[in-house]
Each structure stands twice: as C-alpha cells, then as structure tokens.
Design a protein around this ligand. Structure first.
Ligand SMILES: Nc1ncnc2c1ncn2[C@@H]1O[C@H](COP(=O)(O)OP(=O)(O)O)[C@@H](O)[C@H]1O
Ligand SMILES: Nc1nc2c(ncn2[C@H]2C[C@H](O)[C@@H](COP(=O)(O)O)O2)c(=O)[nH]1
Length: 228
C-alpha cells in the first residue's frame, strides 16, 4: 500500500494535482470536504464564532478520509491531517478561539493522532507540498471562484492569506512524518500545460523511486503499479 498526501496553502493546486496524480498512478483520490461543508461559509462570514467548529468538522472529515484511504490499496489525499493544527493555531493566534477551545482542540487532535498510530499504516509514504506565492494563490482563488474566499467579498482576507503563507514555511521545514518534496506551483501550470504536467509528474515519480515506492526502472509505458 502506498499513501501520498498533498499539502499547501488555499488554492495551491492540491485537489487538481491529486486528480492528475491519482489518474496517472491508477490510484484512488480522496478529497477534503469543501463544497459539501456546511460550516465553511459560516466560518468566512463570522470566523471568531465558527473557527473552532470548522476545525472540529475538518478534523473529523480528515480522520474519516484517512480511515477510508487505508481500506484501499494505494491512494492520494488532497490535504494532510498534519496541516490541521497549522490552520487552527493561526486562527487562535489572531484571537479566533478561546483558551478553552484551544486546549480542547489540541487534546482531541492528540487523541486522534494516537488512533492513527494504531492503524496498519501510521504515516504517508510521501508528502508532496505545493509552494505558491501570494499572487499565484490569489489568482487561483479567483479562478476557482468560491465567493466567500474572494478578497472582493472580504478585504481582511488579504492579511489572512498572507499570514497563512508565513505559517506554511516553518511547518514544511519541520514536517518529518514521511519523506517530502516540494513542487513549484508558481512555475508549473500542470492544469493547462502538458509539458509542465509531465515535469511535475516526473519529479514525483523520481521521488517515489528514491524512497523505494516505485521500481527504479519504472517508466510511463510500464503498467502503473505502485510497489507495496
Ligand atoms: N499549477 C496550476 N496552474 C494553473 N492553475 C492551477 C494550478 N493548480 C491549480 N490551478 C487552478 O487553481 C484553482 C485552485 O486549484 P485547487 O486544486 O482547487 O487548489 P487547492 O485544492 O490547493 O485549494 C483551480 O481553478 C485550478 O484549476
Ligand atoms: N480554518 C480552517 N480552514 C480550512 C482548513 N482546511 C481547509 N480550510 C479552508 C480553506 C479554504 O477556504 C477551504 C478549502 O481549502 P483548500 O486549501 O482545499 O482550498 O477550506 C482548516 O483546517 N481550518
């Protein structure tokens, strides 16, 4: 079984690359709950009131996805559970959670991570992190068009998004649950450019070979079989 998780800020291209990668590798994609998430619009309308509820909602759905993913042979998840605390910590730091909510959240997270430790596969095999600049992030958020995420909807989101990018750098540097790699999301348009898509897929395949999850002689013409 091979588990690949994507990470990166809002609009970085995680869901898009999850779809591309899982199709390419012949594995199952797992997406985080966004369009069917009833708390997300409430959070953007009143972050202080809903930050804790949203975090618990996401933690719960991420946990479900991980459990589902572990019943499949190989899979790609569009966001890691390890980013959960990053989001909540940032929201707490800007006063959107009470100390009691912070304590309860960390206790819950700790309990859930403890459950993960008991699962047949504790950690992913590879984390693929998509780096984007603020400008790219905003362009992609606009392109995707969820109304409540737009700067035109709420100008304070500029500070929120810039802050989020600042939290990601140390988070990625510290991440050590699995091998990891970065994709340059500013440089490669893996959505519209076939050439860029190939470059990015090659980078991921090379890393999977390096960490022993694909045979060294594997190439695109071979039947796609991720090594157990
Ligand atoms: N590398 C890329 N180049 C150009 N457009 C992209 C790229 N990655 C994603 N997009 C576009 O940006 C938007 C956000 O991508 P998405 O995959 O939903 O991001 P995320 O899941 O990280 O929030 C979508 O409209 C998608 O088509
Ligand atoms: N407060 C939090 N917001 C979160 C979290 N995970 C995702 N999100 C938000 C950010 C986006 O508006 C939306 C989807 O995220 P994408 O990166 O997939 O675009 O959900 C979280 O843990 N806390």
């Amino acid at each position: 079984m091979t588990v690949i998780v994507l990470s990166g800020p809002i609009g970085a291209g995680k869901s898009s690359l999850t779809g591309i990668l899982s199709k390419y590798l012949g594995t199952k994609p797992f997406y985080e709950s966004v369009d069917d998430n009833p708390v997300l619009p409430l959070f953007y309308a009143d972050p202080k009131k809903y930050a804790f509820l949203l975090q618990v909602y996401f933690l719960n759905t991420r946990f479900h996805s991980i459990k589902d993913a572990l019943t499949q042979d190989n899979n790609v998840l569009d966001r890691s559970i390890y980013e959960d605390a990053l989001f909540f910590q940032m929201n707490a730091d800007i006063g959107r959670a009470t100390p009691e909510e912070v304590d309860t959240y960390y206790e819950l997270l700790h309990n859930m991570m403890g459950e993960l430790d008991r699962m047949p596969k504790k950690n992913p095999d590879l984390l693929v992190h998509i780096n984007v600049s603020y400008d790219t992030m905003i362009k992609r958020i606009q392109k995707r068009g969820r109304p409540y995420e737009q700067l035109s909807h709420d100008s304070t989101l500029e500070d929120y998004y810039k802050r989020l990018l600042r939290y990601y750098k140390p988070w990625y540097d510290k991440y050590d649950y699995s091998p990891k790699m970065e994709i340059d999301g500013d440089k490669y348009d893996f959505m519209s450019s076939e050439e860029d898509r190939e470059i990015v897929l090659d980078q991921i395949v090379d890393k999977l070979k390096e960490v022993g999850k694909l045979p060294m002689d594997w190439d695109k013409s071979t039947d796609i079989q991720i090594e157990a």
